[in-house]
Design a protein around this ligand. Structure first.
Ligand code: SME
Length: 152
């Protein structure tokens, strides 16, 4: 995996699970990875587990602050419990557009005891830019985050 990803994994692992954890991680990752233009966390609403709420992000504002499980790339990743790597969002029929500038997207679920509790979402303005390294990196960030949630 690229050095930049290894360094970020180390930094995020060492971070405390503070109230601003999701914001700090979003800021850090968006700043450090050149092809990431929007980074955010959607978390399952504990009061209505059919909904995902945007809890923190770094990038342009989005109208999609609450997404039903099953809708869009975010909702599908939560419903299917698997990572979605979309190289060209314009080819997707079940997609919620946040900005016309976005061309590709990765969404990775965060699990606690095999249950999806949220997800990390990354958008890029570049098309076809994501590799297995990006997916593995974000899956590691999701795993670290799931462990922190469980330990809280
Ligand atoms: N594109 C996402 C919506 C969230 S934005 O990317 C910030 C989707 O289709 O679910």
């Amino acid at each position: 995996m690229q050095r930049i990803f290894e360094d970020l994994i180390e930094t995020v692992s060492a971070m405390g699970f503070t109230d601003d954890y999701y914001q700090k991680v979003s800021d850090l990752i968006e700043e450090k990875v050149p092809h990431y233009d929007w980074v955010g966390f959607y978390m399952i609403d504990p009061g209505d587990k059919s909904m995902l709420d945007l809890v923190a992000f770094r990038g342009e504002d989005t109208e999609h602050v609450r997404i039903p499980v099953g809708e869009g790339i975010c909702g599908q990743a939560a419903a299917r419990k698997e990572s979605f790597v979309i190289q060209d969002v314009h080819k997707e029929s079940n997609y919620l557009s946040c900005s016309p500038k976005v061309n590709s997207e990765i969404v990775v679920p965060i699990f606690v005891d095999y249950e999806v509790v949220g997800e990390v979402d990354v958008d890029s303005h570049d098309r076809g830019v994501f590799t297995d390294d990006d997916r593995l990196f974000l899956e590691k960030i999701a795993e670290i985050t799931g462990d922190k949630i469980k330990g809280a």
